[in-house]
Design a protein around this ligand. Structure first.
Ligand code: KIV
Length: 271
């Protein structure tokens, strides 16, 4: 007898329940169907279609060049693969800042055209109007504070944020504001672990950290970094779970030499 195992989708409500019962949330990025299928099947709670696609998929130096159309393309590929995970999509640079109507339109396009479940947006009080307007359409919003890569030209570096008291205070106010507006979660990137722990224990919504220590309610990494596809990127916060660059490179070298030596295909590998 075959058992029909129904897969229960992770929702913003289940993430909230996980925080309440102290179960950590595991989140990873994915940008295409095949990778999203692996990640989803492995039991990830949240798949982030991050604008880091601009770096790892398109080879840009920053996240700024990626367009809304490109994010929707990546997101729809991921949605087709994700059977269990909640799929969250980054609003790209230029699609929400300074214009709440445009922010709402961008978020609606993502939800309608990709079938994703939520959007993520970088910034605090300064984007409150955009966040509110998106929320009024019933679209769940995840915030993103600390190191916000879309503001790299303002910061000048990718180093740790909120080390000084004034910036730490502003970050705490921003998280509270995002919670008050109705965001279901906030990502904190590259900030001191003690600050992230304090924020996580103060607010009700789940805080997901990247380079923010283990006091957060969950963790997120860029899939290419944690699988070691991105060989040169080794920040202190990154744990590399595999060395896929080397594995893939060796496999391709092997294939090239087999083809050159006429060892592929064999008799059994032809018709
Ligand atoms: O775009 C991205 O991958 C992100 C994560 C680093 C959180 O925003």
């Amino acid at each position: 007898m075959s058992v029909n195992k129904e897969i229960k989708r992770v929702t913003t409500h289940s993430l909230q329940a996980m925080k309440v019962r102290g179960e950590k949330i595991a989140m990873l990025t994915a940008y295409d169907y095949s990778m999203a299928a692996i990640v989803d099947d492995a039991g990830i709670d949240v798949i982030l279609v991050g604008d880091s696609a601009s770096n790892v998929m398109a080879g840009h130096e920053t996240t700024l060049p990626i367009t809304l159309d490109q994010m929707i393309y990546h997101a729809s590929s991921v949605v087709r693969a994700a059977k269990r995970a909640l799929v969250v999509v980054d609003l790209p640079f230029g699609s929400y800042q300074g214009n709440s109507k445009e922010a709402l339109n961008s978020a609606i396009r993502i939800m309608k055209e990709s079938g994703a479940h939520a959007v993520k947006i970088e910034g605090g009080v300064e984007i409150a109007e955009s966040v509110s307007r998106i929320l009024t359409a019933g679209i769940p919003v995840m915030g993103h504070l600390g190191l916000t890569p879309q503001s790299i030209y303002k910061f000048g570096t990718y180093s740790v944020r909120a080390k000084e008291e004034a910036e730490a205070q502003k970050l705490k106010e921003d998280v509270l504001k995002l919670q008050e507006l109705g965001c279901f979660s906030v990502v904190l990137e590259k900030i001191p672990a003690a600050l992230a722990r304090e924020v996580s224990s103060t607010v009700q919504i789940p805080i997901i950290g990247i380079g923010a220590g283990n006091g957060c309610d969950g963790q997120v990494l860029v899939i290419h970094d944690m699988l070691g596809i991105n060989k040169g990127f080794r920040p202190r916060f990154l744990r590399q779970y595999a060395s896929l660059y080397d594995v893939m490179n060796e496999a391709v070298q092997h294939y090239v030499s087999d083809v050159k030596a006429q060892e592929f295909p064999s008799d059994k590998e032809q018709y």
